[in-house]
Design a protein around this ligand. Structure first.
Ligand code: SF4
Length: 406
């Protein structure tokens, strides 16, 4: 096998050839390296011409290695014309696998020959889709091909709403949310939202509201919860809610969970252990979980990140939204403000918890909050441990994907 590494306007590409065919072309951090192989030199020339806008197709022989299904998907992707996009669902259908949009998405992510097999032209139904290596490459290639980021343009930003509101007063985040929702409806778009969720009960009323206008994936990211058995129990209950909700409402809410890493929480609230609930410790706790959600959202190429935290009548929505807006400011990742406790959101979450027979915890989650409430975590741990001995989410809700499988 021979290889060369070339510099292009948005990064470096490593091109590998074997037996007279290109077998891979991928983004790399390695230093440029010339190759004497004529096929690699020809491929490099064609790629440079592509970036100059004078080439729209590649003529070098390309044979990426993969499963039969992956190869079928890549062949269909290679047929998307320059400057155009197709959705994962359309590609799956074209490959003879209607309904296999997710599998097509995974195959797209495993494309070993970027640009030549233009996986950057594949998008999600209601968003930009992901891109192996990072969205910066996808957007750079879109720019090269003058692909209009229409979806992004049509997804309103909360700043546009705030510009028409008197922000000297206390911001009504429910109104901001309603304005954004109205804009999606006017534009005829359904945004993809990564919804940070603290637990099943809180997410119930939020889901009921969001699924009317958006596609939602719940992100269970709560390293603050202690002890671990209780964390697992709440994670199970979260999945139970989604499972029942989808079955009874005919929705397609997805589920993702971050790995449990309590040390990240203790690190984030270091020095704030004795702060009262609702104070600086909680702000740090919100920031930790919402920032992780924002980063995950960016990785997945969704349209917004949001949180269920504003549904709780025990939590200050002004603080939570300020944290979300700060994160958007820092990261340029779109935040969806909310005040889900409005319109009796909290009451509705208790009603839905009864309807779906959800376990409702008696403390927020952390060891410090429990301590201040005088809650003995020993029986909580024991009860949760026993619960998890007889409950298994992967067995009970096999359709829900976890971790990074989405
Ligand atoms: S009380 Fe709740 S929000 Fe506050 S730090 Fe503890 S777990 Fe986080």
């Amino acid at each position: 096998m021979s290889y060369g590494i070339i510099q292009v306007p948005c990064g470096r590409l490593k091109i590998c050839a074997e037996n007279g065919c290109i077998i891979s072309c991928g983004w790399t951090e390695e230093a440029p390296r010339k190759s004497e192989d004529s096929l690699i030199r020809e491929t490099a020339d064609q790629i440079r011409d592509y970036f100059l806008g004078i080439r729209t197709e590649f003529t070098v022989p390309c044979r990426p290695q993969g499963t039969d299904f992956e190869k079928k998907i890549w062949t269909c992707i290679a047929e998307i014309p320059y400057g155009r996009v197709a959705t994962y669902g359309e590609i799956a259908e074209k490959a003879g696998h209607p309904g296999a949009a997710r599998a097509a998405g995974r195959a797209c992510g495993r494309n070993p020959c970027v640009i030549i097999v233009p996986c950057h032209r594949v998008v999600a139904r209601h968003g930009d889709g992901g891109y192996t290596g990072g969205m910066k490459y996808k957007y750079a290639l879109w720019k090269t091909e003058h692909i209009d980021r229409k979806r992004k343009k049509r997804m309103i930003d909360f700043h546009e709403v705030l510009a028409h509101m008197n922000t000297n007063q206390r911001i009504n985040y429910d109104k901001v949310f309603q304005q954004m929702e109205k804009s999606w409806q006017q534009e005829g778009v359904r945004p993809r939202i990564l919804l940070h969720s603290c637990c099943g009960p809180c997410s119930s009323a939020v889901l009921e509201r969001l699924v009317k206008t958006a596609d939602v994936t719940v992100y269970y990211m709560n390293p603050n919860i202690h002890p671990e058995a209780e964390y697992r129990r709440r994670e199970y209950v979260q999945q139970k809610l989604i499972h029942k909700f989808n079955a009874e409402r005919g929705t397609d809410v997805h589920f993702l969970a971050a790995p449990y890493d309590p040390s990240s929480y203790f690190e984030a609230v270091k020095g704030q252990e004795n702060e009262p609930e609702g104070g600086a410790r909680c702000r740090s706790c919100f920031h930790l979980r919402m920032l992780a959600t924002a980063r995950k959202m960016k990785e997945l190429g969704f349209d917004y990140f949001a949180t269920t935290l504003t549904v709780s009548s025990y939590k200050n929505s002004q603080v939570i939204n300020a944290v979300g807006m700060d994160i958007e400011e820092e990261t340029q990742i779109a935040y969806l403000p909310s005040d889900f406790k409005k319109h009796n959101g909290y009451l509705r979450s208790t009603e839905l918890s009864d309807e779906f027979e959800l376990y409702r915890q008696h403390y927020c989650g952390c060891i410090f909050g429990a301590r201040d409430q005088g809650i003995d975590l020993t029986p909580v741990n024991e009860e949760a441990r026993q619960f998890m001995e007889t409950h298994d989410a992967s067995r009970d809700f096999p359709e829900l994907r976890k971790q990074d499988e989405i």
